[in-house]
Design a protein around this ligand. Sequence first.
Ligand SMILES: Nc1ncnc2c1ncn2[C@@H]1O[C@H](COP(=O)(O)OP(=O)(O)OP(=O)(O)O)[C@@H](O)[C@H]1O
Ligand SMILES: [Mg+2]
Length: 301
Amino acid sequence: MQVVSIINHKGGVGKTTLTANLGAGLAARGKRVLLLDLDSQASLTVSFFTPTEWAEQLLPERTIKHWFDGLDDGSALHSPAGLLASPRRVREKLARSSGRLDLIPSHRDLSDVDTELAAHLLSDPDRFTQLHSRLRAGLAHEAFAGYDVALIDCAPNFGLIARNAVAASDLLLIPTKPDYLSTNGIDSLGLKISSFVDEFNARCADDEQIARPPAAVVFTMVQLHNDEPIEAQRSVMSRVEAGHVEPLTTTIRDSKAVYGPAPEYGVPVILGGTGRAATRELRELVSEISERLDGVEGIAA
Ligand SMILES: Nc1ncnc2c1ncn2[C@@H]1O[C@H](COP(=O)(O)OP(=O)(O)OP(=O)(O)O)[C@@H](O)[C@H]1O
Ligand SMILES: [Mg+2]
């Protein structure tokens, strides 16, 4: 299974939208896709499940919080298989595909877990590797052997749970809007990721070392004029191209009319959207990312 994190400490840049559409697009091509919602805002979860389904069927015992429960006192992870949920509306859309899409939902208290685990790390720095390996170790569980790819939607921060995602990942996608403020933190995020990987490797045993995952920027909410990004955005995009994290060729256009209603409808744009141009470019993006993934080995569950 290959593990991809969609990560940016900047908020509102399209992380969740990219995760949902990439996951659905890969599933439509026959891949068995696992989504993990690591954000206590639970936007990914409520993009697939109604708030009632989430509250009544999932929150009691099937959330990513349960994955992290017990880590503070060093308890082992119970089988994560019981956390998996299959969103009905997408399942119906994928009925004729051999692919599937399942999700491990989020929990509003996940940000508290992040803070508590960070406090444990401060008081006991020797637990660094253990506290950052919960996702990595869990994804290698046989419960996930049937999945081809896992996509992790991160919260807009670089806390302990987001670092868990980096430690588990084979590839990082960094969505960003092509504007000055949104792109400003990309290089610093790259540096933070590198120094986290260095610290992880300095503290863990030789056979637990991790590689720094390759990363790519994905431009989202691109404003087009005559099918080209508007001038102000084009100059920002050129600056990012000259930076340390290479952008993908395919970009996602800005379209509130197409992207706005999809989460409530419960089906990502790529499977049931109204905008043909937006859908076409999403499919191109899935192809480009699939090509990247072809060169990535992944973890054996
Ligand atoms: N291509 C797009 N065009 C127009 N609106 C978009 C596009 N992509 C996302 N949006 C909208 O922008 C808002 C933020 O998107 P999204 O939730 O995907 O970002 P995010 O990075 O996950 O945010 P957060 O940091 O809060 O988790 C949402 O209202 C979404 O519908
Ligand atoms: Mg989000």
